[in-house]
Ligand binder design. Structure first.
Ligand code: GAP
Length: 515
């Protein structure tokens, strides 16, 4: 049985082999943590975007979309806190010359050394006590577990303290006290910890005109905040209302690994929901539910998602949670839901000296709205969909197939039309079927190679249906319809195809589950 790591490797090489994801500028040996989407990848990505956009904007009368620029006035990033506080604490191992995020080293220590030990104790006890095992009671009474919990608390508190105080000497001391070793060299020979800003900068204007440093946006949210009043005034919307956006963001990530999980150039799908001060808790809970439902409606296996409520909050938040997804390398953050208070609009008011207030016709008051944000990485969502879909199957005849079992509404192609032979009028008939279906469904046509091989190729890119045109088709206008997951084939009339496809591949059917 392949390990999760081996499966993940197979997923990444499959993604390249079948035109989903390529390393950026690969002919020059690539650029680390930057990727390009190929012909099938860009189609899958487009469908995920559409699912998000339709669920957020089309299904909510009080949410509108915008498309703000990547470049913004540099003061934006001063006001948002990114210039001063968007840093990662970095530390190098002098022997392996590898660079790490100091906080990640400590968090991995907690997970691998302490949480793992608690889980082991729980598993042992659960086996011992069988059905009568009460996990909560065991955890709150077992002395060894209590000891580990105590240690976790102590390490977390120290981590929180050095982060809050930006105490880089204390950070190094913490790593030394925990005796954390470099996973590569195994040594504890660390440099000092130092802060590293994650924003990419460039210059705008020619030097003679006076160059000015600007940043590539590290989140799309600020494009929404600075346009809040423009949208509110021109749309006439009353609170609560939301502004949604999909767009590129850039971060000079140091821990850049796990394929497209952590990239330097990536896309975010963000929505800021503007609410009355005091109502943020209600809306935070509301959006947590709505977003979890969006994920679940896709049809992932049960247990693929969980909430991780933040104990340690960013300076701008009064509540925050991640929706974590079970990636092949474990549960990791896929989406963040943040109650951002009035921090961002308040800061932009202060720095721009422009009023960003909302006049509430119900209370006759003016105030800076509070904001609940939902923020999901499109590339991470892509990875969640791709890695869950990947399956290797042994078939009854002893052969194997690799199949991407995408939820049909997300598949790059919904149907492949395949003439049994590329001659005798079968090719023309197949093309005429494509020409009738292509207005409603993403279709592909293939007449090369044996039919079995063509089915495998469509399985490998996740096409839910294949339509085969044979000699009988010319006589009675019926085709063979093959379903990807069951591989079942049935004879159907050409005029039935659109209805059958609609029933199984239409995004509308999934969106309806959300309302
Ligand atoms: N506006 C809030 C914000 O940007 P975040 O937690 O830093 O919050 C939100 O990012 C989401 O963006 C994450 O949950 C993740 O899905 C995605 N994301 C963040 N950094 C990323 C990176 N380097 N590569 C890919 N996706 C990333």
């Amino acid at each position: 049985m392949a390990t999760q790591e081996e499966v993940f490797k197979k997923v990444t090489s499959h993604a390249k082999e079948f035109g989903f994801v390529f390393q950026s500028s690969e002919i020059y040996d690539g650029l680390s943590a930057v990727y390009d989407y190929g012909q099938n990848g860009s189609a899958l990505k487009k469908n995920i975007k559409e699912y998000w956009w339709n669920a957020m904007v089309q299904l909510h009368e009080n949410i509108v979309g915008i498309d703000a620029s990547i470049f913004m006035h540099p003061t934006t990033w001063k006001a948002s806190g990114h210039v001063d506080a968007f840093n990662d604490p970095l530390v190098d191992n002098k022997d392996s010359k590898k660079r790490y995020r100091a906080d990640v080293l400590v968090e991995e220590y907690i997970e691998n050394k302490l949480v793992a030990k608690i889980n082991k104790e729980v598993a042992k006890a659960s086996k011992r006590f069988g059905e009568s095992f009460d996990e909560a009671q065991f955890k709150s009474t077992n002395p060894r577990v209590l000891g580990y919990q105590e240690k976790i608390k102590e390490v977390e508190n120290r981590l929180k303290q050095v982060q809050e105080d930006e105490d880089m000497t204390g950070f190094k001391q913490l790593i030394e006290d925990l005796e954390i070793a470099c996973p590569i060299s195994g040594s504890k020979n660390w440099t000092d910890v130092r802060q590293f800003n994650l924003m990419f900068s460039t210059e705008i204007g020619s030097v003679s005109e006076g160059a000015n440093t600007i940043y590539l946006r590290p989140e799309t949210a600020q494009g929404i905040f600075v346009n809040y009043l423009n949208v509110q005034k021109t749309s006439g919307m009353n609170l609560p209302f939301g502004i949604a956006q999909i767009g590129k963001a850039f971060r000079n990530e140091i821990v850049a690994r796990q394929f497209i999980f952590r990239m330097r150039e990536f896309e975010q799908m963000e929505m800021q929901f503007f609410v009355r001060p005091g109502e943020q808790e209600k809306w935070y809970k509301y959006w947590k539910d709505i977003r979890m439902n969006w994920h679940k409606a896709i049809g992932f296996p049960d247990g693929s998602h969980r909430f991780h409520d933040h104990l340690k909050l960013a300076h701008y938040a009064d509540a925050a949670a991640d929706i974590e997804f079970k990636f092949p390398f474990g549960f990791k953050e896929l989406e963040g839901i943040h109650s951002r208070t009035d921090f961002d609009l308040g800061a932009h008011e202060e720095y721009s000296k422009k009023k960003l207030r909302y006049f509430d016709p119900e209370t006759n008051e003016s105030y800076v709205p509070y904001v609940v944000e939902t923020s999901i990485g499109l590339d991470r969502m892509f990875l969640a969909v791709l890695s869950t879909a990947y399956e290797e199957e042994k078939l009854d005849d002893g052969s194997e197939r690799i199949v991407l079992k995408f939820p049909p509404f997300l598949s790059p192609y919904k149907v492949a039309v395949l003439p049994l032979m590329g001659k005798d009028g079968l090719d023309e008939k197949a093309k005429s079927i494509v020409n009738t279906l292509k207005f409603d469904f993403e279709c592909t046509y293939d007449q090369k190679s044996k039919i079995g091989k063509r089915y495998r190729k469509q399985d490998a890119i996740g096409t839910p249906f294949c339509v085969t045109v044979d000699y009988q088709t010319l006589e009675d206008n019926t085709v063979t319809l093959r379903e990807r997951d069951s591989m079942e084939q049935k004879r159907v009339a050409v005029h039935e195809l659109a209805n059958i496809l609609s029933e199984h591949v239409n995004m509308k059917n999934v969106l309806k589950k959300l309302v």
